[in-house]
Design a protein around this ligand. Structure first.
Ligand code: UDP
Ligand code: MG
Length: 314
């Protein structure tokens, strides 16, 4: 019998967990041909999330859990889940039912019958989301796809089902700055995309603020493109070219009409403009340097505090 592990990252989800379990038990009944386990990751929750996971584990041995020593973020939780998943098939799913569990049997069938290595999902709509957030998201996807060779699919969810070979490939990418939407694309393999309409959260509230999303997008850009780094060189060449023309022009003008002292305002404008460009370029280099710095420290991506399996794996 094939084994399926479902990874569910949870951060302060005491209300959503029981609802999720109820829905998921129905789905598991629909798939008697596969041995399913639910691997909950408690990402340093401060409410009763871990308590609820323990209750579920006692109630149903198919529910397992890992608990982090603090909040490491969803990306770390996904990595921990993949690392500890025993299944031949592995799924990643949110606990708030925004990733419809009833799609899972269909996704499983596609992998079994159509020879794909992975089934991924994306939202066809963004209803229920603030306008400004949708706009910023769309702009981010447009921008990153212009500058990155790895395609980052607009509206892609982390909800997907993978075969073991793909999971092992993802685990081989043990980078510290993780951006799953890029990583899943980067490893390749044949992926089928399914679409579904956006649904509202079952309970609790979203953990993503605009600030968090901004830093997440920076993760994506620095992780999957080095194009911003070439901005300094491009600007440099452009400005050199421009300065030659300007110097020629000024020399000619002085020779023909003499040199009445004026042009102070334009000089200051140019000074500010060039200074700004220089700082921008230094800042971009700084972004990449800071990521490299964190990468070279080789810190663990997550630290486990306890788990349902007793013996802790690293
Ligand atoms: N999550 C997590 N760690 C975090 C933030 C979120 O494990 O630091 C989990 C969260 O519990 C949920 C999933 O990631 O299962 C998606 O989070 P959320 O629903 O808040 O994001 P949204 O759906 O609004 O993008
Ligand atoms: Mg959600």
């Amino acid at each position: 019998m094939k084994k399926l592990t479902v990874i569910i990252p949870c951060f302060n989800e005491e209300e959503a967990l029981p609802i999720y379990y109820r829905e998921m038990s129905k789905v598991m009944e629909e798939m008697p041909e596969v041995d399913t386990e639910l691997l909950f990751i408690d990402d340093g929750s401060t409410d009763r999330t871990l308590g609820v996971m323990k209750d579920l584990h006692i109630l149903d041995a198919r529910c397992k859990y890992l608990s982090f020593s603090r909040n490491f973020g969803k990306e770390a939780a996904i990595y921990a889940g993949l690392k500890n998943a025993a299944g031949d098939y592995v799924a990643v799913m949110d606990v708030d039912l925004q990733d419809p569990p009833d799609m899972l049997p269909k996704m499983y069938k596609i992998l079994e019958e159509e020879g794909y290595d992975s089934v991924a999902t994306k939202r066809s709509t963004r209803t229920g989301e603030p306008r400004i957030r949708s706009f910023l998201s769309r702009s981010f996807y447009k921008f990153i796809n212009k500058i990155s060779k790895t395609e980052i699919v607009n509206g892609a969810r982390d909800y997907r089902l993978m075969k073991r070979n793909m999971v092992d490939a993802v685990l081989n990418m043990s980078e510290y700055n993780r951006f799953s939407k890029g990583i899943f694309e980067w490893v390749g393999f044949r992926t089928k995309w399914l679409e579904f309409e956006n649904v509202e959260r079952s309970a609790g509230k979203t953990k993503w603020s605009l600030k968090k999303l901004f830093f997440y997008s920076m993760e994506g850009i620095t992780g999957f493109s080095v194009a911003p780094l070439s901005l300094a060189s491009i600007m440099g060449v452009l400005f050199c070219f421009l300065s030659f023309i300007t110097i020629g022009f000024i020399v000619m003008r002085t020779l023909i009409w003499g040199d009445p002292v004026s042009g102070w305002p334009s000089l200051v404008c140019i000074l500010f403009f060039v200074g700004g460009i220089q700082l921008l370029c230094t800042g971009i280099v700084g972004q990449y340097l800071s990521k490299t710095y964190l990468e070279t420290k080789h810190r663990p991506i997550y630290i486990l505090k306890e788990s349902s399996e007793g013996e802790l794996e690293k």
